[in-house]
Design a protein around this ligand. Structure first.
Ligand code: ATP
Length: 601
């Protein structure tokens, strides 16, 4: 790195020149690395030379910090190690340190090379010394000035670089509201290449949220909604009057959405099922997606209502907007309103007293999915009705009316008509929501979906658990079809996940892997059906009707029936054995045989 004297070399050269002219002797100035920065007379051709190999006296001055006068160059002790000791051309030499604080930044050398010069210096020695000191001080002052300026510039560069890397938008605005400077984040968030020089209009809306104020900002013909703070700078004049730290509300919403929303990449192709009802539903989804009307999706829990809602959003033109879901049953009643409409600072002492954006605003230009709408309290139903009619919302605690453009999809597993009769749901809201009704059948009513769904989930979980999956045995599939699935597809998914966990390395989902409840209920239902008169003949199940039953099969069924009757406990088995007329040990042996033969299949 260059020494400071080298950085102000021109100034140093001028001072050397002045000093030389007035004293009429040659002058040289070296820096603290013994590099000659300036020189007059015999030194003028040696400027910018490294003299560290010869500057014995200067090194001494650098070490002690004291000036040095050599009256007899070549003869004094200090000169003994100098290579020019015996042929020294100098008659007298004064070396004066140049200080900056405690640091010695260089040396001024005044070198008399004739007797006459020496005489002159000796006559007015103190005057020369004072003058030299004065010049050293001038050089110091210039060096200080340079260093301060350099420090300031460095600070400005650092600040500039820091501001450039900050994610928050930063704008410095003049007293005349013309933008002086804007950082990269500001340009990016506002999508403006050169806001500098433009007039900006900033107006506070009066709402405070997430520790920030809300402002409406206008630059040229573009309007922005921003959240942040506008500060007055120390000198509220000229080009540096105000500092605006901000984030575009859109960016805040995006961040909030990304933090809170689950990934919704589902479309119709993710809806598994071949049943007539599922195929019809998929057609309806595609049709409904084209409209902007409100949809009410009904169906039991776990039938796939949210999945259908995301598929509608995905197939619609609002796909570029957000899909914001809110479960009205999962949020405490007191918080639901603020979740839906948002609230400003001071609105109430909630979990976050600094305000929060609501789901409706977040869903602007997109879709809001109001899940479990039947659980919405009556007073909120009235508010929702107003939103549906007026398409405007007001944040809690604010006076601002915000227009919103949101498509509403609602879902429930409750009987809203019944709730209307019980005065628990507003009739007018029901009709507003039920513009397009979409009913999802329970899984037990679309048995044809069970096989593709079970196979799909089996493959999915086998992949997830890195297991080999080959097939689901026919008898297991039969059990799955016989089961009533009160928890619908969600329950089927959980059951298959369990089964894949239990599955052995052969990759077969057989009866061993079935959860006991599904197996027992499935078998029970099978047996009940078999017992119904005339059923055998009607069933398409080849296992039961078309082939004659073996003795083993008959025995197995009798045992199962007895256990179903008496219960699958030790006590139950004892009773079953009694009813079957066999001993308990025989019953256990037969049960083991049955399990083994199933495993072989
Ligand atoms: N046809 C289908 N194809 C694939 N997966 C499905 C299908 N139907 C439902 N699912 C899956 O079942 C689970 C439950 O679905 P979803 O959450 O959409 O049901 P829901 O009716 O909204 O339930 P709830 O009323 O309890 O909120 C999800 O994991 C979903 O992916």
């Amino acid at each position: 790195m260059e020494s400071i004297l080298l950085k102000i070399q021109d100034t140093v050269a001028k001072y050397a020149e002045v000093l030389s002219k007035i004293s009429r002797v040659d002058v040289e100035v070296v820096d603290n690395r013994l590099y000659r920065v300036a020189g007059t007379g015999m030194f003028s051709k040696k400027v910018n030379e490294d003299m560290s190999a010869e500057g014995y006296v200067y090194r001494q001055v650098l070490k002690t910090g004291r000036r040095q006068i050599i009256y007899e160059p070549g003869k004094e002790m200090i000169c003994q190690n100098c290579p020019h000791c015996n042929d020294c051309q100098e008659e007298i030499e004064i070396s004066m340190p140049v200080r900056m604080g405690i640091e010695i930044i260089g040396i001024i050398g005044l070198v008399g090379s004739s007797r006459e010069q020496k005489e002159r210096i000796l006559q007015d020695e103190q005057l020369y010394l004072d003058f030299l000191e004065q010049i050293a001080d001038f050089i110091t002052a210039k060096a200080k000035e340079y260093r301060e300026l350099d420090n300031k510039n460095q600070l400005l560069d650092t600040l500039d670089c820091t501001i450039g890397h900050i994610e928050q938008g930063i704008m410095i605005i003049g007293a005349d509201y013309v933008i002086t400077t804007a950082n990269e984040a500001a340009k990016k968030q506002l999508e403006l290449e050169m806001p500098e020089g433009s007039y900006v209009k900033i107006e506070a809306t009066g709402d405070h949220m997430n520790y920030r104020n809300e402002y409406k900002m206008k630059i040229g013909d573009r309007e922005f909604s921003i959240m942040g703070h506008l500060y007055n700078l120390p000198r509220q004049e000229g080009r540096y009057a105000k500092l605006l730290l901000f984030e575009n509300s859109k960016a805040i919403q995006k961040k909030y959405y990304e933090m809170t929303a689950t990934v919704h990449t589902l479309d119709c192709s993710n809806i598994i099922g071949d049943s007539d009802r599922t195929c019809k539903m998929k057609r309806e989804i595609m049709q409904v997606a084209q409209s902007s009307s409100t949809v009410l999706i009904t169906g039991e829990s776990g039938t796939g209502k949210e999945m259908v809602a995301t598929a509608i959003w995905n197939a619609s033109s609002r796909r570029s907007g957000r899909f914001v879901a809110i479960n009205c049953a999962a949020i405490p009643e007191a918080l639901l309103e603020s979740e839906l409409f948002g609230y400003v600072k001071g609105a109430f002492t909630g979990a976050d007293p600094h305000g929060r954006i609501g789901k409706f605003e977040l869903a602007n230009k997109g879709v809001i999915f109001l899940d479990e709408i039947g659980d919405m309290p009556l007073y909120l139903q009235a508010k929702l009705l107003r939103v549906l009619q007026e398409r405007k919302i007001t944040r809690i605690g604010s006076n601002q009316v915000i227009p919103i453009d949101v498509r509403i999809l609602a879902a429930t597993n409750r009987d809203l008509r019944e709730m209307i009769r019980e005065k628990k749901f507003r009739e007018d809201l029901y009709y507003r929501l039920n513009v397009i009704p979409l009913e999802i059948a329970p899984l037990r009513e679309r048995v044809d979906d069970i096989q593709p769904l079970a196979e799909y989930f089996a493959m999915h979980y086998a992949k997830l658990f890195q297991k080999y999956f080959w097939k689901i045995t026919e008898s297991v599939m039969e059990c799955l079809k016989q089961y009533s699935w009160p928890g619908n597809v969600r329950e089927l998914e959980n059951v298959v996940e369990f089964m894949v966990n239990m599955m052995g390395p052969d990759g077969i989902l057989d009866e061993k892997t079935l959860p006991r409840e599904v197996r027992e209920r499935g078998e029970k239902k099978k047996l009940e059906e078999e017992q119904k008169p005339g059923v055998e003949a009607n069933r398409s199940d080849s296992m039961i009707s078309e082939e004659p039953l073996t003795l083993k099969e008959l025995e197995y069924r009798a045992i199962r029936k007895a256990i179903d009757r008496c219960g699958n406990t030790t006590q139950g088995k004892k009773e079953a054995a009694r009813q079957l007329g066999i001993g308990l040990a025989t019953l256990y042996r037969k049960l083991e045989e049955i399990t083994n033969s199933q495993n072989e299949n």
